[in-house]
Design a protein around this ligand. Structure first.
Ligand SMILES: [Zn+2]
Ligand SMILES: [Zn+2]
Length: 154
């Protein structure tokens, strides 16, 4: 499992392997030591049950999607189809635009699932099946505040 731990102090993303043996990692940006408590289930890539950074057990799942990639495909499609439109080939133009949207959909459908910790936003990418429910704003509000109070940000 690949873990992207979030530094509680500066929010930097720190890649950690699920089978990491160290009990703590140091943030490369601000130098803070972040203790890690990797549970057995996370270590063996069975499921995400405990967050190694904040010890929380509340997660949500989302697609591992980089919006920039999707947007780029659509923009390139729009530019190319705009050029065809300019030369009076509107059918080709619409075809290309539809193709760009289609490529986006295919890419989206093949994306892997990602599990995210509600409290500290640490991300988990692994082979195990996603068990976390979809994002819930109310839960996020409550848990983020609780966590920020705990680490003294508020
Ligand atoms: Zn940091
Ligand atoms: Zn966490």
């Amino acid at each position: 499992m690949q873990i992207l731990a979030r530094c509680p102090k500066c929010d930097a993303g720190l890649p950690v392997r699920g089978d990491e043996q160290a009990a703590a990692i140091r943030c490369g940006r601000c130098g803070r030591d972040i203790p890690l408590k990797i549970s057995d289930a996370v270590r063996s890539d069975r499921k995400v049950d405990r967050c190694p950074v904040c010890d929380g057990a509340d997660f949500y799942g989302r697609k591992d999607f980089d919006p920039k990639v999707g947007l780029t495909v659509v923009i390139i499609g729009a530019i190319v189809s705009g050029a065809f439109y300019w030369f009076g080939r509107d059918l080709v133009a619409y075809g290309i635009l539809a193709g760009a949207v289609l490529v986006d959909l295919v890419v989206y459908g093949r994306l892997k699932d990602l599990t995210v910790c509600y409290r500290c936003h640490t991300e988990f990418r692994g082979a195990c099946a996603r068990s976390a429910p979809a994002f819930d704003l109310h839960t996020a509000d409550v848990l983020e505040q609780e966590y920020e109070r705990r680490i003294g940000r508020r």
